[in-house]
Structures are given as C-alpha cells and as structure tokens.
Design a protein around this ligand. Sequence first.
Ligand SMILES: [Zn+2]
Ligand SMILES: [Zn+2]
Ligand SMILES: [Zn+2]
Ligand SMILES: [Zn+2]
Length: 389
Amino acid sequence: MRMACTVLSLIALTSSGWAQVDPNDVGHGCQVCHLTGVKECKAHPSSLAEAETEVLYCSVASSCKDCSGALLVDCKKCSGGPGNIEMETRQLRSKRFKDSPTPAEELFERELVRVVTAHFDIIIDCEEIKDGSRKMSAHEVAHALATEAEKAAALLDEQFDAKLHHYSRRSRIWFWGDPKDHLLVNQKVLGTNDGGAFKLFGPDPAYSAWTKERGLENEGMLIVSNGVHIGVHLLLSNLFQNQWIGNFKAGWFDVGAAHYYENQRFQQVTTYCIDEADANLDYEDGRWHVPVRKYLTKNKESLLPNLLSKISGTMWDEEHALAWSLYDWVATVHPEALKPLLLGYKERKETRDLFKQHLGMTIQQVEEAWRTWVFDTYPVKNPKPRKKL
Ligand SMILES: [Zn+2]
Ligand SMILES: [Zn+2]
Ligand SMILES: [Zn+2]
Ligand SMILES: [Zn+2]
C-alpha cells in the first residue's frame, strides 16, 4: 500500500492522457528486483505470459487483484525503480479500457472476455473450446486469435506500407457460445436481424459469429483461422479509405487476400465467405498449391477474364483457390502493386487499367506471368498444415 501511494504521487498525466512517472524521481531498485523496482505478477497462467504482454488490454488480466492488468507488481524490498514507469503506464491503460465497456458488455451487463490489440478488439464469450485432444478457455482462444490476427496484420501492413492511422478504427471480432447472445448482439449492436455469421465492413468494422456455426464446430483452430480470415476482410474494408471492394468486380483481390493471410498463418484455408446457408464449400481440403498447379495444367484457356469479373459472394470452389493464387503472385512478385491496386479498386477503377498502370501488363500478360510463376515455384507436395494453435 505504501508503494502504491508513493508511485501514484510520481504520476503526471501527459496531454495524451498516458501516465508518466517522473524518471528523475524513481529509485534504483535492488538486487531482488534486478534494479527494476518491480517484479512479475505471479497470478497469471504462465502459458499466456508472453501473449499477455503482446496485447494492449486483456479483461481477464485487468481483473487481477495484485496488478490490475499491469502484469508487474512493486518490489517489496525496495522503494521502486525504473520499471515502475512501465507498470504505471500499463495500469492506467488497463483501467482506461476497463472503464469504457463496449456496447456488447453494456448490453449483457457483464464483463466479457475481451482482448484488445493494435488492430483488433476481440471478444470470446463461451465455455470451453476444443483444440485437438485438449480444451481451451475463452481467454486462451482470445489470445490465440489476437496473436495470429496481429501477425497477419503485421505482414499486411508491411506489404501495403500501412500504418495504424491509415485504418479508421480497430476491427471488432466476436465469437459467442450461445446463439441467443449472438443474435441479440447482431440485433442490438450491429443492427441486423441476420442470425448467421455477420460482417460489417467500412468505418466501424465488425464480425460476429456463433462458435458452433457450421465450419467452426467449436474448434479452436477453425475459430482462430476464421477470425484471421475475416479480420483481413475487415482491415481491407477500412484501410486508407472506408470502402469494401468485395461488391465491385474486385472479388478476387478481397477473397484472395483473406485466403492468402489465412494460409500464411496456417498453411491451410478453412474459411469461405459464402452467405448462402446451404453453401458448403471445401475445395481440396484448403491446401491449394498442388490443386492450383494441376488445375492450370488441365485448363489452358484464359481464366482471368472470368475470375476478374466476379464479386466476392459469387465465387465458387476453385475460384477461391485461383483468387488466392493470383493474390499470392502479386504479393510475392509485385508486392509494391498491392497498395495501388487496393486504392484503385476503392476508386472503382477497371482491372485492365490498374494492371496496365501498376503491373505494366495486360490481363493476358498477367495470366501468362502468373501461370509461369505457379509452374516454376509451387511445390509438388502441399506444405503441411498447422496442427495446433
Ligand atoms: Zn527491489
Ligand atoms: Zn489475458
Ligand atoms: Zn496480476
Ligand atoms: Zn472470405
């Protein structure tokens, strides 16, 4: 208690509202705390230790009576040290998130398992989730999704030369164990009577789904993979400009990107964004290197004129794989073209003009270059998919 008061007296709030302990006033720590003034809070599961420090906020960690989500506690053997600055910053950030509940938390009048990262605001509200032979808690699933989605977003940011301020808001991703809660949140917060998995694109992007939805099956790997895939759709819909391009003739880019980042993380694709209830797509087990190569060998006629005219919701089976592969080619061979292509599509420009301008090729030339690249680089055996989160 004594330390808490001492430290609080050192805090000054900056104009941005962040805590700042005056660096001239902190102590030097002691041998016990390795001269930091703080020690790791032991009240958190060690399996999540790294994951906790990677996120901006975790509702479970912030409920810790010992550290209030800072993950650090005062060293009892000394009067503080430089680590107190980090501790205070984390405490105040945690408090700021905790004090501003989301509309979903207000709706249910309870605190939900919520993890916030640079790009995403994740809620997982359910009982245990399967992960192979073990069970995962909602808290573990939230962190697994946070880690994977942030890794996908980091790659995307690098390829698009995107910074956080190029996004309008964090993308919200929610999974509910009770279909009634899912429907209620869809109605009251997202404003739709759609009881299925629902995506809201544009300025305040969101995705809400039931964990036992077909294709998710209450399985950790499927839920996290799905969250990463949809997360990419949400990011692209509010990156640089608030505009979803999946409804234009740019479905290949929107769908291809979502599959591409999902596949980068899991070496397998499990999500197909088809809204029709009876759609049950599963092309070649979502492992596409070998099937695409075979498909291109068998189908020698031009495929791109048809593929490039599709919107996201009307693509079927092999078109998903072809879109993935074409995006894979651009992202690997011409990554600098990704940003201008996205911006061009958002401005409703035609593919043939965009290809000419940013790839220096006609559609026919792109088809030839892409096919040659696939034959030259795709492996003869599919890479092994990830088995565990
Ligand atoms: Zn100490
Ligand atoms: Zn946590
Ligand atoms: Zn703690
Ligand atoms: Zn999709």
